[in-house]
Design a protein around this ligand. Sequence first.
Ligand SMILES: Nc1ncnc2c1ncn2[C@@H]1O[C@H](COP(=O)(O)OP(=O)(O)OP(=O)(O)O)[C@@H](O)[C@H]1O
Length: 308
Amino acid sequence: MQADQALVLDQVTKRYGDFTAVDALSFAVRTGEVFGFLGGNGAGKTTSLRMVLDIIRPTAGNISVLGRAPGRENAPFLGFLPEERGLYRTMSAIDTIVYFGRLKGMSAGDARTEGLALLDRFGLSANAKSTMDKLSKGMAQKVQLATAVVNSPRLLILDEPFSGLDPVNQGLLEDEIRNASATGATVVFSTHVMQHAERLCDRLLLLARGRKKFEGNLDEARALLPARLNVTARQQLDGLPGVADCSGGPDTGDGWRDYAVTLEPGATAGGLLEYCTTNGIALRRFEERRASLHDVFLHMVGSGEPAQ
Ligand SMILES: Nc1ncnc2c1ncn2[C@@H]1O[C@H](COP(=O)(O)OP(=O)(O)OP(=O)(O)O)[C@@H](O)[C@H]1O
């Protein structure tokens, strides 16, 4: 493992009987980056994260967390928001945060000071002494987030952190992730909602049926898709170099038509534009349509896997 890698999985497999939930998965998360762990339902995200946290053990392969094997001694440096949220119903919000801070080796005083500051930041100052069963689901989720970050973790792992949050609180969580990253923490979060990943991730991994489909940054992910263009021209572009498909809308009356053009893999919009210019093909509009991460997901994983 290199010094600039916060998390490394090397050929990690997890089997449940005959079923392989995670299949020879290898990837590395660099220190300080926000890393998206993406996949549809049942892809193996939670299973992978649980192995990192030593909640379950791999069937095969190696995991390195901040340079060490998974285990309890990593607790002071880690923050974890589990997918299954659950806190002691009769404990107050602040006591809950202090309890988790203590589990991670903080003093009660430090955990309380930091816990109160977090509740304030999350708009929950007035609820510090409310017991968990008196809080709304979203409020309880923010308290749980506070338990994950109270120790200013070097590696923050969030399993489906956006589920169950309203748009305002989703924004707050995005800010919290950016904030953790800005202060030097490494953040790994799983999601099946591509928009969050698109806004937040430095790099991402796409998982399907336990296998890695892609690891890289957003631009690299988008480059996996053939370029698509909106073009207004006087003639069909089918058959031009690099054009895989060109479908046209109605003639607007003066001979111009709008075309949706898909290029062949590896062909570039610039190459087609240059060809048109040098060959006297008149163009009134020539726009590249930027692929979304959702498009990439469907392209890589297929529409059988859910993504939003
Ligand atoms: N303890 C278990 N015993 C048997 N199979 C399991 C167990 N835990 C998980 N699985 C299976 O492993 C696969 C991966 O599950 P996992 O929870 O890791 O997926 P996920 O990517 O987190 O999905 P989701 O987005 O739905 O939470 C699923 O098919 C699941 O049924």
